[in-house]
Design a protein around this ligand. Structure first.
Ligand SMILES: [Zn+2]
Length: 76
């Protein structure tokens, strides 16, 4: 799945998926190293591939009201 261009800095091809394993759960999100923006965090119990796809899906769905920074804003 392709990661959409960052909606904040508009710089393409710098976005990456970050996946960590916490216990039996994969915790994933997309981040943009260029501006520090982070996509919504996804928790996945299936597999690392599933976790990556869901994180990208959430990122690509932005910008939308419900998906903007559910936690803390990025460090600009
Ligand atoms: Zn960015």
């Amino acid at each position: 799945m392709k990661i959409s261009t960052c909606p904040f800095c508009q710089i393409d091809d710098t976005q990456k998926v970050v996946v960590n394993k916490e216990g039996r759960i994969w915790v994933s999100h997309v981040e943009c190293p260029a501006c520090g923006a982070q996509g919504p965090v996804h928790y996945d119990a299936q597999s690392v591939d599933s976790a990556k796809d869901e994180a990208i899906f959430l990122w690509n769905d932005r910008p939308s009201e419900k998906l903007q920074y559910p936690r803390s804003p990025p460090n600009w």
